[in-house]
Design a binder for this molecule. Structure first.
Ligand SMILES: [Zn+2]
Length: 373
């Protein structure tokens, strides 16, 4: 199996169209960072990192997406850094403790409802967020308290209910005579490192107005500029490059690959080729099943906190073109749910992502796992 440290030779081995597309999309830089270890540190370094030479001479790979200007610095050594572990209590015990007085366990009585009431799916109900961050902001609350207790079928049900909630919001807006532009978004923050304050598992769904959220609009514009310049679909080309490098884990129902410029550890993209307009909402259950399978893989390989974001084109008319924009989910591991060191620092907020996980190893392991289901 290849590693990120071999990317330059892998790219040199590419030829024809995939190579042309790779060069359009990505720029690779490799460096060796050297340092000098004082005598007194050597024992500690060998104990912590295993290999002193790998610390004295460190391989860094910088990957930049030229189209979107997303970029990642890979250094596998960083995964072996000593991290502070704040709480020793087992996560499972902590999750159980939160059952006591958990308002989401009694969602029907203890959470607000939307002005149009609640929608129900199998083992899941909607609520209105008590402190909204957009005019339309709902919660998808499973009956299951444990945020890490799910399977692909349940995640498909959660996504399906989110699709129904979005449709209901559009109906409600139309009923109120609101003919504005509506843009839906679905996200899932699991446990504290991912930004969730409530332990009980829940997804969040919003419909924003006037234009899509800036990050999503930025991606749409980058893809539109790419189409203009190369007369090609950016997302198709992105997938082609990942497939040529061996970063695709599956391409049956959904296209699943380990991103070459992950925003943080283990970022995985799951996409369904674009349907038109509101038809995207019908595909949410299918996307949810694929996302659920990826999340089960991550959970079984140690992930305890994650974010999922689903980029949905507007279901109704929009002045800008969403042609060729897929139904896209991005999943990222947020590290140890009980850890005290935040994985996002100044680099991630303001410069580039710093990542330890090798996307080649991730893709290979995920391929085996998904293939063995
Ligand atoms: Zn609960």
């Amino acid at each position: 199996m290849s590693t990120i440290n071999e990317i330059s030779s892998l790219v040199r081995g590419m030829s024809g169209h995939p190579r042309i597309v790779f060069d359009r999309l990505f720029e690779i830089r490799e460096y060796t960072g050297r340092l000098v270890l004082p005598e007194e540190m050597r024992g500690w370094v060998e104990q912590k990192f295993g290999d002193r030479a790998a610390v004295e001479s460190q391989r860094i790979v910088k990957v930049t997406n030229r189209v979107t200007l997303e970029g990642t610095l890979f250094n596998s050594l960083r995964g072996r850094r000593p991290m502070s572990r704040g709480v020793n209590k087992l996560l499972a015990e902590l999750v159980e403790e939160h059952r006591l007085g958990c308002t989401f366990c009694r969602a029907e009585e203890k959470t607000p409802a939307d002005i149009f009431g609640r929608l129900h799916g199998p083992g899941v109900v909607t609520a209105a967020n008590v402190a909204k961050y957009d005019r339309w902001h709902g919660l998808i609350i499973p009956a299951e308290h444990d945020p890490l207790h799910f399977d692909a079928g349940r995640v498909a049900d959660y996504f399906d209910l989110a699709g129904r909630w979005i449709r209901r919001v559009l109906q409600e807006a139309a009923r109120e005579g609101d003919a504005g532009l509506h843009y839906p978004f679905l996200l899932w923050n699991c446990l504290w490192p991912a930004g969730s304050s409530v332990v009980h598992g829940h997804l969040q769904v919003t419909v924003t107005e006037g234009g899509h959220y800036p990050r999503i609009e930025q991606l749409r514009r980058a893809a539109a500029a790419y189409r203009e310049r190369y007369a090609a679909n950016y997302f198709e080309d992105l997938f082609l490059v990942h497939r040529s490098l061996g970063l695709v884990s599956e391409e049956k129902e959904a296209r699943i690959f380990a991103s070459l410029t992950p925003v943080k550890e283990k970022e995985i993209w799951i996409l369904l080729p674009g349907a038109a307009g509101a038809a995207e909402l019908d595909n949410l259950a299918l996307l949810g099943r694929a996302v659920g399978r990826v999340l089960v893989y991550l959970r079984e390989t140690g992930t305890t906190s994650f974010n999922v974001a689903v980029y949905l084109p507007p279901p109704g008319p929009a002045p800008e073109s969403w042609a060729g924009f897929p139904l896209l989910a991005r999943v990222v591991d947020r590290g140890d749910a009980l850890g005290r060191t935040a994985d996002f620092g100044g680099m991630e907020l303001y410069a580039a992502s710093v990542v330890a996980t090798d996307p080649f190893l991730l893709a290979g392991q995920m391929r085996e796992h998904l293939g063995a289901e």
